[in-house]
Design a protein around this ligand. Structure first.
Ligand code: FAD
Ligand code: UDP
Length: 368
C-alpha cells in the first residue's frame, strides 16, 4: 500500500474487526473505504435506544471483558467506561441458582453446607474423569459429573446449537468455569466494563477519522468487481466470499425477541437469567443491569436459537472445522485480501479477541 488517488484499502464490515483495522490503518496514514451491508456500524455489538428510551443491544447482550490491557487501552481512546461485572442465574426446576456452578450452587441445589474444601471433594466424588477431553460433553462430565451436566448444560446446549454436547468441540463448554468458591461473576477478567455511552457511540468515535469514509447499506458482493482499492480486509463469512464453493459453512443464528415492560423498574435480579430446561429461548437479559440506565420501565430480550438467519456463531465441530480449513487454504493464498474476525476466521471469538486479531492484522499489513 502507499499513497494513491484510489483508496488504499477496502474494509468490508463495520464490526469490531473491520472498525479496528480501519482505524489502525487510518492512523498510519492509509486511506480507507469501509462498507457494511447493514444500515448501521458496530456489527453485532450495535446498540440503540428503543422506542421507550431504554438503551438495548439489537443483536443480544454484549458485555465487554478482557485480560488484554493493550486492547482495553486501545479501545479507551474511543470511549469512557462504566465498570460492570456480569452475573447470571440458571433456572432449574423453577428455582434460580448461581451460574457458573460454584459452592453456593451446590449448597442451594442439594441442601448442603460445603466450604471450599468440601466443594472440591464434592466435585471429586461426582465427576466422571475422562482421559481425553475432546468434546463439550467430556469437559462438563469431567468437571461436575452427570447430574449437574443434565441440570445445567445438556438441554441448554441442545437448544443453543441444535447439537448434542458430544458433537461440539471442548472449547464451547470450556468457556464456562467450575468454581469451589462463592465467586458468582460470569467473567473473572481484569477489565470488565461497558462503554459509557454505548457501543455505537464508541464505534462512531473509532471511525471518525479524516482517512476513513464509511458507507452503510453497501454489500461487498455488489462492488467486488468495481471498487478500486489495492487491498481488501474482509470480515464477513468466509464461505460467502467464495460463493460457498465447497458448500455452506454452518453459522448458528438467533431470533431476538425484545420487549419493553412499562412501570417495571426491575424485571430480574441479575443481568441474565439462563433457562436450560424450559422454554424455546435460552436466556433473558435485562439491559438496565448492564448499562446502569435509570428509567421507570425496563427492556429485556429473549434469545431463540435457530439455524436460518444472520450468522452469529461459528459452530465448533470437527466436520465444520474441516470444511473451514478448505476455505482457509484459499484465504491464505490471497495476497490482496486479509480475512479477520469471528465470521471470516470461523472462530468463536469474544469482542476483545476480535480487536486483538484485527490490530495484529493491521500491523502485518503496515509492515508489508
Ligand atoms: P460482526 O460484528 O458480525 O461484523 C461483521 C460485519 O460485516 C457485519 O456488520 C456484517 O453486516 C458485515 N458484512 C458481512 N458480509 C458483508 C458483505 N458482503 N458486505 C458488507 N458487509 C458485510 N462478545 C463478547 O466479548 N462479550 C459478549 O458478551 C458477547 N455477547 C454476544 C452475544 C451474542 C448474542 C452474539 C451473537 C455475540 C456475542 N459476542 C460477545 C461476540 C461478539 O459479537 C463478536 O466477537 C464480535 O461482534 C465480532 O465482530 P466481527 O467484526 O468479527 O463481526
Ligand atoms: N452453556 C450451558 N448452560 C448455560 C450456559 C452455557 O450449557 O446455562 C454452554 C452452552 O453450550 C453455551 C456455552 O456453554 O453455548 C457457552 O456459553 P456462553 O454463555 O459463553 O455463550 P455465549 O454468551 O457466547 O452465547
Amino acid at each position: 500500500m502507499g499513497n494513491s488517488p484510489v483508496n488504499d484499502c477496502l474494509v468490508v464490515g463495520a464490526g469490531f474487526a473491520g472498525a479496528s483495522v480501519a482505524r489502525a490503518l487510518a492512523d498510519a496514514g492509509r486511506q480507507i473505504r469501509l462498507v457494511d451491508k447493514r444500515t448501521h456500524i458496530a456489527g453485532n455489538a450495535y446498540d440503540e435506544y428503543d422506542a421507550h428510551g431504554v438503551l438495548v443491544h439489537r443483536y443480544g447482550p454484549h458485555i465487554f471483558h478482557t485480560n488484554g490491557e493493550r486492547i482495553f487501552q486501545w479501545l479507551s481512546r474511543f470511549t469512557g467506561w462504566r465498570p460492570y461485572e456480569h452475573r447470571v442465574l440458571g433456572v432449574v426446576d423453577g428455582k434460580s441458582y448461581p451460574f457458573p456452578i460454584n459452592r453456593d450452587t451446590l449448597n442451594q441445589l442439594y441442601g448442603l453446607d460445603l466450604d471450599e474444601a468440601g466443594a472440591q471433594s464434592f466435585f471429586e466424588q461426582v465427576r466422571e474423569p475422562r482421559d481425553q477431553i475432546r468434546t463439550s460433553e467430556d469437559v462438563v462430565l469431567n468437571s461436575v459429573g452427570r447430574d449437574l451436566y443434565e441440570k445445567f448444560f445438556l438441554n441448554y446446549t441442545r437448544k443453543q446449537w441444535g447439537l448434542e454436547p458430544s458433537a461440539l468441540k471442548a472449547g464451547v463448554a470450556a468457556r464456562i468455569p467450575t468454581r469451589t468458591n462463592s465467586d458468582d461473576r460470569y467473567f473473572t477478567d481484569t477489565f470488565q466494563a461497558m462503554p459509557s455511552h454505548g457501543y455505537a457511540r464508541m464505534f462512531e468515535n473509532m471511525l471518525d477519522h479524516p482517512n476513513i469514509s464509511v458507507e452503510t447499506g453497501v454489500d461487498f458482493l455488489d462492488i467486488r468487481n468495481s471498487h478500486r482499492c489495492r487491498h481488501v480486509v474482509y470480515t464477513g463469512p468466509v464461505d460467502a466470499f467464495y460463493d460457498h464453493r465447497f458448500g455452506h459453512l454452518p453459522y448458528r443464528s438467533l431470533r431476538f425477541e425484545h420487549e419493553h415492560l412499562p412501570e417495571v423498574a426491575r424485571f430480574q435480579q441479575v443481568g441474565t437469567v439462563n433457562y436450560p430446561n424450559d422454554h424455546a429461548y435460552t436466556r433473558i437479559t435485562e439491559f438496565k443491569h448492564l448499562t446502569g440506565q435509570e428509567h421507570p420501565g425496563t427492556s429485556i430480550v429473549r434469545e431463540y436459537p435457530r439455524a436460518e438467519g444472520d450468522p452469529y456463531y461459528p459452530i465448533p465441530s470437527d466436520a465444520n472445522e474441516a470444511l473451514y480449513k478448505r476455505y482457509e487454504a484459499l484465504a491464505l493464498s490471497e495476497p490482496d485480501v486479509t480475512f479477520v474476525g469471528r465470521l471470516a476466521q470461523y472462530r468463536y471469538y469474544n469482542m476483545d479477541q476480535v480487536v486483538g486479531a484485527a490490530l495484529t492484522a493491521a500491523k502485518r499489513l503496515l509492515e508489508r
